[in-house]
Every structure is written in C-alpha cells, then in structure tokens.
Design a protein around this ligand. Structure first.
Ligand SMILES: [Zn+2]
Length: 173
C-alpha cells in the first residue's frame, strides 16, 4: 500500500471492543496532534530539502462497524446508528429480515439532521453533566438526547476533523 501511514494495528481474531478502539484512537489522536504542530521533513521532490510541514487528518476510510466505533455511536443497525445523520431511524421488514433505515420525512432536510461538530459538542456537554449510573430505561432516553453519541470521539480534537463527514465508507466486498 503506497503512501499509507499505519497508526495502529489490532491483531486479534475479534474486532476491538468499543473501549479498546477508544483507547487506540486516543493514542493515534495524540500523535496526529503533534503532526498538526508541524515537523521538519526531508522532501525528496525538493532535492532532499529540509522543509517544515504541518500534517492534518482530513478523512478516514472505515467500514460501517468501524465508523460506529471511531465516532462512538451505536452499531449501524441500531437506533441513531447512521454515521451521517442524527435520526433514530425506523425498523422495517424487507420480506426476509428486519433492517433499520433512516428516511427523511416530509419537511425534513438532511442539513437539519446531519451529524456535525456543533451537535457532537452539545452531546458532550450533556455527557459532562451526567455523573450517575443510569438505569437501562433512563440510559436509552439519555442516548436519544445525545443523538446516539455514547461518549467521546477522540478525533474531534483534531483541527480539521468534522464529525459525520470525516469518514469515507470502505467496504471489503
Ligand atoms: Zn442517516
């Protein structure tokens, strides 16, 4: 793979749990934050000239389950599981199985419902006020107030990171 930088590798038979991924992303974010400050690189195309260059994360390629772990949102088939919007979604029967879909209803605009840094920050303000352990019922209501954010998305601390728009959907099939 050309021009790829690996921030971390999860070497296990199972995908990482949410808390494992959170910690991996937090560590990667710390390194990316240092790159944002800029470093001196030897640039081959400039005749090996030493050049000061800041580096920014602009996008991440993830499959759907990975997006939910990176953004710290529910699984893609759960309520508020869409990586792009903050709708709860509805469950529909396809004739074979049940799936969750996130349709726009009349009068709704995608711009009104899309995930953003601003709405993420509001959700984190709610999390900051939440100090007690919630019952299952109260937790479900609280998660609907946070529009599905289950906790911090560590990449939000990066300069050009935009929650909801940073991901490029990647599929192995
Ligand atoms: Zn959506």
């Amino acid at each position: 793979m050309n021009n790829a930088v690996f921030g971390g590798v999860w070497a296990n038979k199972k995908k990482p749990k949410r808390e494992h991924m959170g910690e991996m992303i937090r560590l990667i974010q710390q390194q990316l934050k240092k790159l944002e400050l800029g470093m001196v690189f030897t640039v081959k195309q400039l005749g090996d000239q030493l050049t000061f260059i800041p580096v920014y994360l602009l996008a991440a390629a993830c499959d759907k389950p990975a997006i939910s772990l990176v953004q710290n949102t529910p699984e893609p088939n759960a309520g508020y599981g869409c990586s792009r919007c903050e709708m709860e979604g509805v469950t529909v029967y396809t004739g074979k199985t049940f799936i969750r879909v996130f349709p726009l209803f009349p009068g709704q605009s995608l711009l009104d419902t899309r995930r953003s840094n601003e709405s993420y920050d509001k959700a984190m303000d709610l999390w900051d006020t939440q100090t007690s352990v919630l019952s299952k019922v109260k937790l479900k209501k609280f998660i609907s107030q946070t529009r599905g954010y289950l906790g911090q998305c560590h990449l939000r601390n990066l300069k050009y990171f935009d929650v909801g728009r940073f991901t490029v959907l990647f599929s192995q099939s």
